[in-house]
Design a protein around this ligand. Structure first.
Ligand SMILES: Cc1cn([C@H]2C[C@H](O)[C@@H](COP(=O)(O)OP(=O)(O)O[C@H]3O[C@@H](C)C(=O)[C@@H](O)[C@H]3O)O2)c(=O)[nH]c1=O
Length: 181
């Protein structure tokens, strides 16, 4: 397993060692000691989530606020996504900046998303299965979000708008400016 911190401090790309043989593959999708030693973090995950989506589905940009803020360890089991995170820490040098990475079921790279980051992903292949660990439980009243095509964030999703599939909830999310200025 290798771990690389990205320019949004506290966020990490994790590349697991995958063992392949004639039967298929094996890898440790999470090992708490290795994760904590490599990142220096003491994160304790309490909830695992999984979603399945068709190509063109965009889920996000989501976060939980306050005491229910969640750090997440995200990965793709099958298929591929363009995964995007946004730094919402007001005191951060990279406040309002984002990072994108293609995650797929082949490389099995994972992204560690700190608390107080918005997270979203665009699904690039049909029948993509996305999985993530969270260090705080789901709490519906503290669910928040920012609209995916926010002008200030200026995320290049690289897909024509007519090919996107979003939930009604996500289409009504506020702008970054509304929430943070
Ligand atoms: C996120 C979540 C949803 N739900 C329920 C609420 C709802 O009825 C149904 C679908 O929820 P959503 O539409 O919010 O699912 P989704 O749009 O996939 O939400 C997820 O998006 C990605 C980008 C994230 O980062 C996650 O934290 C989460 O917000 O599942 C739970 O029961 N527990 C949970 O932890």
């Amino acid at each position: 397993m290798t771990v690389e911190e990205i320019y949004l401090k506290g966020s990490y790309i994790i590349s697991p060692k995958v063992f392949k043989d004639s039967r298929g593959y094996f890898f440790e999708s999470f090992n708490m000691k290795n994760f904590q030693d490599a990142t220096g973090l003491k994160t304790t995950f309490v909830q695992d989530n999984q979603s399945q989506s068709s190509k063109g589905v965009l889920r996000g940009l989501h976060y939980q606020s306050g005491e229910f803020a969640q750090a997440k360890l995200v990965q793709v089991i099958k298929g591929s996504v363009l995964d995007v995170i946004v730094d919402l820490r007001r005191d951060s040098l990279t406040f309002g900046k984002h990072f994108s990475i293609v995650l797929d079921g082949k490389t099995k790279q994972q992204l560690y998303v700190p608390k107080d980051f918005a997270h979203g992903f665009l699904v690039l292949e049909d029948d993509t299965i996305f999985s993530y660990k969270c260090d705080a439980y789901y709490n519906a009243p503290s669910e928040k979000g920012i609209i995916y095509n926010d002008k200030t964030l200026n995320i290049n999703w690289n897909i024509p708008i007519e090919q996107l599939i979003l939930s009604d909830k996500d289409l009504k999310l506020p702008t970054f400016e509304n929430e943070f200025k």
